[in-house]
Design a protein around this ligand. Structure first.
Ligand code: CMC
Length: 420
């Protein structure tokens, strides 16, 4: 079988043969197809829905089959058997750590949890009611001013250091952003606690000498962090790669990823789900709400995905985790509304035809709310673990000789040839 594509340009009757590699054609091969006074042919792909912009060995998704793997391991096994820091190591290094590697990795992350006092001052200077995601984005971008050597991304040792710093400091920055939004004093990291236990302590510790989180909540948070760690070339990862393609350090690039994740169609969806469930208020209102969605008045937030045309495997794991969390915190009546909403939508032709299923954000907000977090914090909770995914993609990109500065084309629709 010939691995080529023959294209006939009906404008000229001319045929062209272009190679097919990895089931793709190289967009640049289309340039040879041209008519007089026009540039060569290109593709029009808003949202890059059918364009591969890189090669990546980090995350595999089969959206039709509902499969998600990090470095070849199914998400279900990782969520059940690993800690978030093990998974972060896997994403960054390509393999799971052995016990010695894990101990060294955990120790080197733990020792970098503190942030410079002036990073804290950056947080303090934002408005008293600033959205914690906006504060986090500013603080991460500000890290560049403390670590300008992050620009030496061609040095493997420098890259490794920035990666550890960012993974270590994200929970601290997130917790500071949260405490700031409530006017509470910030809590410094404590080395004797695990990554997630320490994060919960930095969020919630008040006057007690030692904050002790329920182990079931700690485990639920580990699972959520694992599920959110990477998701291949999504909007925020594309933002990170685009900014990095100009030769930027990871602080600058990841602050762009945080900005993309902030959007309600991306990481902000779990915040929107909670607000939607609040608005629905009671199971008796679900029917009219669904009618409104079908009439195009609004979207059923937490449903649908660009890639999954099946049940998002992460949503299934989170739904199970909800029950463990509610065992500790008591059942949230919104879970019943969410479950009923899901059951109705899955049987409805509108959603079936369009292959709309619950995504990762449908149930995650319920857990965050049960942990005591307000909706503004939900996207922040997504950004902390996604940092390891962004960094894995950044590490891959900086050594990929095929990568170029991102610079898409446009179809010009404006006026020409004007003069004053
Ligand atoms: N509720 C109702 N209708 C929907 C929804 C929804 N949540 N999602 C898609 N549709 C409809 C859409 O209106 C369109 O209908 P029609 O063919 O009649 O015009 C059809 O389904 C196809 O949708 P699309 O907008 O072309 O799909 P997309 O791949 O461009 O968008 C999406 C994917 C996630 C942006 C979209 O499904 C959506 O807005 N969902 C709600 C927001 C959400 O939950 N986002 C979280 C995504 S998962 C977290 C992450 O990985 O970032």
């Amino acid at each position: 079988m010939s691995e080529t594509l023959t294209i006939t340009d009906n404008r000229t009757g001319q045929s062209y043969e272009v190679p097919i590699t990895d089931n793709t054609i190289n967009a640049v091969d289309l340039r040879q197809i041209s008519v007089p006074d026009q540039p060569g042919l290109s593709t029009y792909d808003p949202g890059l829905v059918n364009t591969s912009a890189c090669r990546s060995a980090v995350t595999y998704i089969d959206g039709d089959a509902g499969i998600l793997e990090y470095r070849g391991y199914p998400i279900e096994q990782l969520a059940e058997q690993c800690t978030y820091l093990e998974v972060a190591y896997l994403l960054i290094h390509g393999d799971l750590p052995n016990p010695e590697q894990l101990a060294a990795w955990e120790a080197s992350i733990t020792q970098r949890r503190f942030v410079h006092e002036n990073v804290k001052a950056l947080t303090e200077k934002t408005r008293h009611d600033a959205h914690p995601m906006a504060t986090m984005m500013a603080s991460v971008a500000g890290l560049h001013t403390f670590y300008p050597a992050g620009r030496r991304y061609d040095d493997p040792a420098s890259r490794d250091l920035q990666v550890r710093r960012l993974i270590a400091k994200m929970p601290t920055i997130a917790a500071y952003s949260y405490r700031h939004s409530l006017g509470l004093p910030y809590v410094y990291p404590l080395d004797t606690l695990s990554y997630t236990e320490n994060f919960l302590a930095m969020l919630f510790k008040m006057g007690e000498p030692r904050y002790k989180a329920d182990p079931r909540l700690v485990r639920a948070l580990e699972v959520l962090f694992i599920l959110h760690a990477d998701h291949e070339q999504n909007c925020s990862t594309t933002a990170v790669r685009t900014v990095a393609s100009a030769g930027n350090d990871p602080y600058t690039s990841i602050s762009a990823g945080i900005g993309a994740l902030f959007g309600p169609l991306h990481g902000g969806a779990n915040e929107a789900v909670l607000r939607m469930l609040d608005r629905i208020g009671d199971q008796s209102n679900i029917g009219s709400f669904i009618d409104g969605v079908k009439a195009g008045n609004e979207k059923l937030m937490g449903f649908g995905h660009r890639v999954y045309k099946n049940y998002d495997p992460r949503a299934r794991i989170i739904k199970d985790a909800c029950h463990d969390v509610f065992e500790v915190t008591g059942v949230n009546p919104k879970l019943e509304i969410a479950q009923e909403l899901e059951a109705i939508a899955l049987e409805d032709e509108y959603f079936k035809e369009r292959k709309l299923y619950p995504n990762v954000d449908f149930y995650s907000g319920l857990i965050y709310e049960a942990l005591g977090l307000p909706p503004e914090m939900f996207t922040v909770m997504f950004a902390i673990p996604r940092t390891s995914g962004w960094l894995s993609q950044w590490l891959e990109q900086v050594v990929d000789s095929e990568q170029k500065i991102a610079r898409p084309k446009q179809i010009y629709t404006g006026k020409r040839g004007r003069s004053l």
